[in-house]
Design a protein around this ligand. Structure first.
Ligand SMILES: Nc1ncnc2c1ncn2[C@@H]1O[C@H](COP(=O)(O)OP(=O)(O)OP(=O)(O)O)[C@@H](O)[C@H]1O
Ligand code: SF4
Ligand SMILES: [Mg+2]
Length: 385
């Protein structure tokens, strides 16, 4: 029961086909130092002004290199990391306005599938107990026979035999454990699944099976997906639309087909130019765009366009002083779904602006008191660049 003060706030996207509506979201982590009193000496600008809409039944792929803010954005959508600024509206309700029972019920609607199924599944619990736990918490474990039936259905849906119910996580392979993680997410009948690197801990041979499983389950269970990955190949086939992040911001967004056929942002061009093409003739003729310079620290992001310290098309004006918004380009035949955050994307696409050698711009790391650790995980996409 909610009183007026805690009642969810209806928003303009209520009743539309937009399930997730993220507006101007920023997540800034304070960097603290001090022995007795924590003093805030700076911030990690993990997510720094992102707009993102996901329609019901859609799969949205979010890609970008390690540390660009993908997981933090995913957590902001789940309200696990409340935004510093901006709003997240799920199914017409601003999640910041939810409290108590309403928040708990809404949490059921959004489930997460994690990268490492072993660490996200309690090794002391049998599969049956892992699956029933969530159902019980949300009042879905009403009678024994119905629950048993539901558990068998869930296992069948993810391709596991009923005997799996009595086993423990360590008795399964990595791919099977991820199937259990997916079954657990499905057990509470969610609307949205945020899958954060769902296959990157798995063997390549198993990755496609799990991706195909997610694809098959989508229609059967009426699901909407946000799939986060550092690997463009993982999201390509499953996603309807893809967003490319760089240092806390969205730099390009398009349907999967448009993004691969015509990448328009210099960063996306570089990422895609590094993906090998199976056809040897095309592969030999392919021009690779090599990025120089390290990924700057999100605690001290470059001014203007965040990519200007590494961009082969960087211009003298605007690039280092004016942050480009995500916009539809002024080019013939550009669909409204294809958006790019680059001041000069039209000129680059028309070939009027040519790439040039980039002198790496030194971005001084902030003195955050943590020595050389730039708040970064291991490089991923850039390893191939
Ligand atoms: N709780 C936190 N406190 C401080 N900094 C954080 C916190 N969580 C994340 N960060 C920092 O925010 C930035 C974005 O992190 P995030 O985990 O969102 O990146 P990511 O794109 O998911 O990277 P990866 O591909 O490695 O998973 C990183 O620099 C990270 O170190
Ligand atoms: S705005 Fe400038 S620096 Fe940024 S991507 Fe475009 S050309 Fe490169
Ligand atoms: Mg992550």
């Amino acid at each position: 029961m909610t009183d007026t003060a805690t009642a969810p706030v209806p928003t303009p996207s209520s009743g539309t086909d937009v399930l997730v509506d993220v507006r101007g979201v920023k997540v800034h982590f304070p960097i603290k130092r001090g022995v007795i009193f924590d003093k805030v000496i700076g911030h990690v600008y993990a997510v720094d002004g992102v707009d993102l809409q996901i329609r019901r039944g859609e799969t949205y792929g979010l890609v970008g290199e390690s540390g660009c803010g993908k997981s933090t954005l995913g957590k902001a959508i789940l309200n696990l990391e409340p935004p510093t600024e901006g709003s997240v509206v799920i199914d017409g309700t601003d999640i910041a306005s939810l409290q108590g029972e309403e928040l708990r019920r809404r949490r059921k609607d959004i489930q997460m599938v994690f990268q490492d199924p072993m660490s996200s599944l309690d090794p002391r619990q049998s599969v049956e107990s892992l699956l029933v736990e969530g159902m019980r918490a949300h009042g879905l474990d009403t009678d024994g026979a119905a629950t048993k039936k539901r558990l068998r259905e869930l296992l069948a849906a993810v391709g596991l035999p009923p005997a799996a119910l009595m086993k423990y996580p360590h008795e399964f392979s990595g791919g099977q454990r991820q199937r259990i993680g997916i079954a657990r997410a499905l057990s509470v009948e969610p609307k949205l699944i945020v899958a954060d690197e769902p296959v990157s801990a798995l063997d390549v041979s198993v990755q496609a099976q799990v991706i195909n499983l997610l694809d098959d389950l989508q229609e059967e269970f009426d699901l909407t997906y946000l799939v986060i990955a550092h690997d463009l190949a993982v999201v390509r086939h499953i996603s309807d639309r893809i967003g490319v992040m760089y240092l806390g911001g969205m730099v390009e967004e398009a349907t999967a087909d448009d993004l691969y056929a015509q990448p328009l942002h210099p960063y996306t061009r570089a990422l895609l130019s590094a993906v090998p093409v199976p056809d040897p003739l095309v592969e030999d003729a392919r021009e690779q765009i090599l990025l120089t310079g390290d990924l700057p620290s999100p605690s001290n992001p470059p001014s203007g366009c965040r990519f200007h310290t590494r961009c082969p098309w960087r211009q003298e004006t605007r690039c280092d002083s004016e942050r480009p918004p995500l916009r539809v380009l002024d080019l013939p035949g550009m669909p409204a779904t294809h958006k790019v955050a680059c001041h000069f994307a039209e000129g680059i696409e028309r070939g009027e602006i040519r790439p040039h050698t980039v002198t790496p711009v030194l971005v001084e790391p902030m003195d955050d008191g943590l020595g050389d650790d730039p708040f970064m995980g291991p490089a991923s996409v850039t390893e191939v660049l």
